[in-house]
Ligand binder design. Structure first.
Ligand SMILES: Cc1ncc(COP(=O)(O)O)c(C=O)c1O
Length: 431
């Protein structure tokens, strides 16, 4: 924050956005003709102490580390106003989804560690009981809180906001999270889904009041039709309410709360696992974890971040491909030449971990940076390992988690780390 401004900077082109005056969602320079930069708006680095509060709500406990909160304070709103905004949304979430945000469980899983062949301890962060059944709502809560602050503080960036609906392209956990948060905030949402979306998800989206648009592939049109329709809606004024960083950098920031909780939980247990295995689809989750751990380390809350291991499926591994091409290329150079490293996976993939089949790892660059900083790497696993990890998780933890949500564990199963390891179980198993 400088002079009442809350600045975001694009990691690819350096464009700066003052979040009091303009929405810090998509980089304003993204998509210019001939542009090949990797664009992501990132909040300014933080100074000060790591928060030590004991609030059970992550958006209260870690508020000092969140740019919507800093925006609120920079705009003259008192601390109490943030508590009111968060509290009102939380009550509405309980009405809509039966639960609000609370710090989620982090447990040692000795039986699962043994069965997986991990020599050290295995730590599992269970996000299956989070709002809407996955970590995805964290991403969108940050975006919604930002919108709420703009309204409450009557900031220029908030002008005409309520006339604009929210939009997302997804048919899985992200869409459900968006629909729950949008409903709690009483904000209209349009969801762009493919023709083969699960009937149960579509039903729940409709129950939550989302306007669902089924997107057919159009002849002679390249790319994901849902994403193309989403882009058109945003072009026509909708607010991007998805979990892809380049479309909305604030969504990634919300996911950092997961890393902050991990830092506190591990500190309390006196643990410091060497490896963090994370399932990667579009990449917002791993990007947020990498950034969150880096913030905590910079503020002195932990000695070093765990090694980030980004797990993808054999059927779809654009991040592993990018990493290979990256080699020793300086990251700053890669940020100016995205298409040399990241492009859509050419074949239509299938996997039991269907939630991580995004044809591009949109947030690849931040993940690559976090892997370099922690001596991490991508890890590609086959269907047999994904299936085995899912079985082991269900048999040895009693957590009802989807195969997408145990794909990080599949990485640990394939790598068999010699020290302690950490995985995120996210995405409740749905019928
Ligand atoms: C349960 C679960 N875990 C992890 C991911 C991967 O997250 P990201 O797309 O941010 O890489 C997803 C994505 O849909 C998911 O549903």
């Amino acid at each position: 924050m400088t002079d009442g401004k809350v600045l975001f900077t694009c990691h690819g082109c350096g464009a700066a956005v003052d979040a009091t005056r303009a929405l810090p969602f998509r980089c304003p320079r993204a998509g210019a003709p001939g542009d090949d930069a990797d664009h992501l708006l990132v909040p300014a680095d933080l100074e000060g102490a790591y928060p030590g509060g004991g609030e059970a709500h992550p958006f209260l406990r870690y508020r000092a580390l969140l740019s919507p909160y800093r925006l609120a304070r920079a705009s003259g709103l008192p601390d109490a106003a943030w508590f009111e905004l968060v509290g009102a949304l939380d009550e509405a979430l309980v009405r809509v989804d039966g639960r609000g945000f609370r710090v989620t469980p982090l447990t040692r899983q000795p039986a699962l560690a043994r069965a997986t062949g991990i020599a050290g301890e295995l730590w599992v962060k269970d996000e299956t009981g989070n709002v809407s059944g996955s970590h995805k709502a964290r991403h969108l809560m940050a975006v919604m809180l930002y919108l709420r602050v703009l309204e409450a503080a009557r900031l220029p960036a908030g002008e005409g906001l309520r006339r604009r609906r929210l939009a997302i392209a997804s048919c899985g956990n992200a869409a459900l999270a968006a629909a729950v948060v949008a409903r709690a905030a009483d904000w209209p949402l349009e969801v762009f889904i493919p023709t083969d979306a699960s009937a149960a998800v579509v039903r729940r989206l409709a129950e939550l009041g989302a306007a669902v648009t089924v997107c057919e592939r159009r002849p002679a049109e390249a790319g994901d039709p849902c994403f193309l329709r989403f882009r058109e809606a945003v072009g026509a004024g909708a607010l991007p309410f998805g979990v892809q960083g380049p479309e909305n950098g604030l969504a990634v920031e919300g996911g950092r709360t997961l890393a902050f909780e991990l830092v506190d939980g591990l500190r309390a247990a006196g643990a410091s696992p060497g490896d963090l295995f994370v399932q990667v689809g579009g990449g917002a989750l791993a990007s947020a974890l990498g950034a969150g751990f880096a913030v905590a380390a910079r503020l002195g809350a932990l000695l070093r971040a765990p090694r980030l291991v980004a797990v993808q499926t054999e059927g779809c591994a654009p991040l592993a491909r990018a990493w290979e091409r990256l080699g020793a290329t300086p990251l700053a150079e890669a940020a100016r030449a995205r298409s040399r490293f990241m492009w859509a996976w050419e074949t239509t993939p299938h996997s039991i971990a269907h939630g991580i089949l995004d044809d591009e790892t949109y947030d690849w660059w931040e993940i690559a940076g976090a892997m370099r900083a922690t001596s991490g790497a991508p890890l590609v696993v086959g269907e047999d390992v994904l299936t085995r990890a899912h079985e082991l998780a269900r048999n040895h933890t009693g957590i009802s988690v989807s195969a997408t949500g145990t794909a990080g564990l599949a990485g640990a199963l394939a790598a068999r780390p010699s020290g302690d390891a950490l995985v995120i179980f996210s995405g409740v198993e749905r019928p």
